[in-house]
Design a protein around this ligand. Structure first.
Ligand code: NAD
Length: 485
């Protein structure tokens, strides 16, 4: 396939790293080389931040009214729809996610996010404050400034746009640092921003290693805010580094989300939800329902039902429309998932199905979708992210027991509750400490729904009005007034 953008985008120009560094991308389904991508370092980050700073302080962007910014975001959405299949194929070839997911779900979702935030761009109203006699006080909502965006490899495009669309709507400028493993759709995004007419320098894209380019972005004085998605471990580094210049931070981190199935639930639908909750994007999902809590009296029956539905998730060529289960993103990641499964078995878990590496046409970093039973909530497989297609099944006895063990986690990102009694499901949902909870369904993502974590799953929210607020500062203007109230 033709890959047009493999360089660094700084100030509207495509450049190589000054030291010539590159990173080789391998298609995880075929193990063939895709391309070499320029790998930026501290110098490229410095130049990109300077460009974003200039675009914010002296360029056309800050002078533009919100309505014009909104029209540019709408244009960007149109361009994503025009190039939908090219972008979907890039994402699938680089990340391994099925083309069904990239072309039918994620790229259309991206276009809808740009349109949603296009609507916010001209609604940056403040408020008048009646408090102090003799003054006319009012607030202005202003862009937070230059935003450094650091992105993981599991939803390379979607998680970039969750940040970029509200940031641009607010009038911010951005330096995007995609994951070194999956930079291709972020580079295409940079090209489309220029084509849409967003001024050069408003969006810079610097692929590079986390410890080099990512760290340089965290340390840069010209950056006002870091919007990060990734592991909780690197999230801690982000918070510590941001403290140096008191950057604002929003963090979308790891999860170990509970999926609770009561015996009175519609078990067939709940089994579908359990499968899509863990096997979508081959389990490389922060919000995956990776801990499946099943009421004891239906445990064996329910595990069999889930198992029966897993044929849908057989490893297949991700470029085939019918495939619902692709390879893990890299060999290194595939091996780390296998090592975690093996550690679970050493702690006493049983592999009910799966648990081995797989191949399609003799190639690829595939895994068999896996169920571990006999899991206790204190085992490492239930405490730490596996971030692969591994469902850990844990029995529970009653509502209090389910809530107690579901909440016994350092994470608090997402979850689901299944019961025929809406009253019971809602009561349990209220007691679970996570940012999102679905009742009788898998995780429902929508651009209106604020998404983010409690506890060590993060700080802040993405999507919806709250996702827009993350990119705004509030200024009070106080004007002495002749007119006394
Ligand atoms: P990661 O934390 O290893 O890397 C994320 C990004 O941080 C990458 O761009 C990486 O290059 C960069 N990075 C690494 N070290 C850095 C450093 N010292 N300074 C600055 N940047 C650095 O995560 P990953 O392996 O790419 O992605 C998987 C993780 O992301 C999982 O833990 C998953 O739960 C999490 N995630 C969370 C959400 C959410 O919305 N909560 C969504 C998707 C993924």
């Amino acid at each position: 396939m033709e890959i047009k953008y493999t360089q660094i985008l700084i100030n509207g120009e495509w450049v190589n790293a000054a030291d010539g560094a590159t990173h080789t991308l391998i298609n995880p389904a075929t193990e063939e080389k895709l391309c070499d991508v320029a790998s930026g370092g501290a110098g490229e980050i410095e130049a990109a931040v300077a460009s974003s700073r200039a675009a914010l302080e002296t360029g056309a962007w800050p002078k533009m009214d919100g309505g014009t910014r909104g029209r540019l975001l709408w244009k960007l959405a149109d361009l994503f729809e025009r190039d939908l299949m090219e972008i979907a194929r890039l994402e699938t070839a680089n990340q391994g996610k099925p083309i069904f997911e990239s072309s039918k779900i994620e790229v259309p979702f991206v276009a809808s996010i740009f349109r949603y935030y296009a609507g916010w761009a001209d609604k940056l109203g403040g408020e008048t404050i009646p408090g102090i006699p003799g003054f006319l006080n009012y607030t202005l909502r202003e862009p937070v400034g230059v935003v450094g965006m650091i992105i993981p490899w599991n939803f390379p495009l979607l998680l970039t746009v969750w940040k970029l669309a509200p940031a641009l709507a607010a009038g911010c400028t951005a330096v995007i640092k995609p994951s070194e493993a999956t930079p291709l759709t972020a580079l295409k995004l940079g090209a489309l921003c220029l084509e849409a007419g967003i001024p050069a320098g408003v969006v810079n894209v610097v692929p590079g290693r986390g410890s080099v380019a990512g760290q340089a972005l965290l340390d840069a004085r010209g950056v006002d805010k870091i919007a990060f998605t990734g592991s909780t471990e690197v999230g801690r580094t982000v918070m510590k580094s941001a403290a140096g210049t008191i950057k604002r931070v929003s963090l979308e981190l790891g999860g170990k989300s509970p999926n609770i199935v009561f015996a009175d639930a519609k078990l067939d639908a709940a089994a579908n939800g359990a499968c899509s909750g863990i096997f979508y994007n081959k389990g490389e999902v922060c919000a995956a329902g990776s801990r499946l809590f099943v009421e004891k009296k239906v445990h064996d029956e329910f595990v069999e039902m889930v198992r029966g539905k897993m044929t849908r998730y057989s490893p297949g060529d991700p470029m085939d429309d019918k495939t619902r289960f692709g390879p893990q993103v890299t060999k290194q990641h595939r091996d780390s998932v296998l090592a975690k499964v093996a550690a679970g078995v050493r702690e006493g878990a049983t592999i009910t199905i799966g648990g081995k590496a797989a191949a399609v046409n003799g190639k690829g970093f595939f895994l068999e979708p896996t169920i571990l039973t006999g899991v206790r909530n204190d085992m490492e497989v239930a405490r730490e992210e596996i971030f692969g297609p591994v469902l850990c099944v844990i029995p529970f006895s009653d509502d209090d027991d389910a809530v107690r063990i579901a909440n016994r986690s350092q994470y608090g990102l997402s979850g689901a509750v299944h019961s025929a009694s809406t009253e019971r499901a809602l009561a349990v949902a209220r007691r679970i400490r996570t940012g999102t909870l679905s009742v009788n369904g898998a995780q429902w993502f929508h651009v209106d729904n604020p998404f983010g974590g409690y506890k060590q799953s993060g700080v802040g929210r993405e999507n919806g009005r709250l996702g827009f607020e993350e990119y705004l500062e509030t200024k009070v203007i106080a004007l002495p007034s002749e007119a006394k109230p």
